[in-house]
Design a protein around this ligand. Sequence first.
Ligand code: PLP
Length: 396
Amino acid sequence: MAETKGRFGVHGGQYIPETLMNAVIELEKAYDHYKNDPEFNRELSELFNEYANRPSRLYYAEKLTKALGGAKIYLKREDLNHTGSHKINNVLGQALLAKKMGKTRLIAETGAGQHGVATATAAALMNMECVVFMGEEDTKRQALNVYRMKLLGADVIPVTSGTATLKDAVSEAMREWTSRIDDTHYCLGSVMGPHPFPTIVRYFQAVISREIKEQILEKENRLPDAVIACVGGGSNAIGSFYHFIEDKEVRLIGCEAAGRGIDTFETAATINTGRLGIFHGMKSYFCQDKYGQIAPVYSISAGLDYPGIGPEHANLHDMGRAEYVPVTDEEAVNAFEFLSRTEGIIPAIESAHAVAHAMKIAPTMDKDKIIVITISGRGDKDCAAIARYRGEDIYE
Ligand SMILES: *Cc1c(COP(=O)(O)O)cnc(C)c1O
């Protein structure tokens, strides 16, 4: 049993220093207890429904469907959640768990700032202290989110080590947790890191596929032919896939950020360009240089700009149960604009990667086929960057 705990095939595990073992064991015990506790789950659904605006809509995108001329397309509207993305599902779950464990302080890493804002929000709601680690480069690129976190009462600590981006913020948050486990919970933002994080985060995000399944059965009386989601660490994707894994007729498609292309060094497409490795406490696939060092990664989308992928996805890939396809910046920006114009829905640039792939495959599918695309977040945060990509400066 011990050797399979927290494993997804060969992936996952707990590659952490001795000093973190106690914290991780305490967390695992609490999770094992509370996931079966009716009172915990009742409080969580109340937070989801009353505070986060769940269940999120499954919207039939009729104009997009007609414009593409093939499969019928539904959008799972995680962009309509409070704080504007799926991140709130995980954060409310972990904050509630931390509270039950008697913790009074939440720490988190953040890249673009979405997870940091969600964590600061939950901390404000639950009257907890909050410290967010953010690469110094990212604090400059995402000044508005830094302000939002501070407004919500969080301390934002700029991280200057390494490339001063997301992976360095994760390393710093882990270091901080090691030095202060008594009152502090590390609220990790995706299905990554050492066991039990990939399992815990998946548990809270699985609400997405639980709802999709109910909603599509109600609307169409059958399962979809494909579920498509973007993949950074992989939390919105595993949330969208989880309750369909046993339904072999449903294609599960994860869209990775190819950046300027998988034949360039400016990419973040982990499954398509990475190799097996160990980093941030887990075994999985990572973008690496020829010496096995973690490679700098690039994507126009800060939320997908991570050099690894969650271990459960690595295993779904190995088993051939899910497909992982690369989508370039250019394709994602085109999809960002296309969905905005056809449906009046501005998706996060992360989610636009999933839309872009649907735009490729929907026209090749029959009209009686059904695709569900998870819109993981809303795109207001991306407008300035997309304008810049198109050669416009909206702050001129
Ligand atoms: C953070 C983020 C992602 C990427 O994270 P996953 O863990 O892969 O889901 C995708 N979309 C949005 C809107 C995000 O904020």
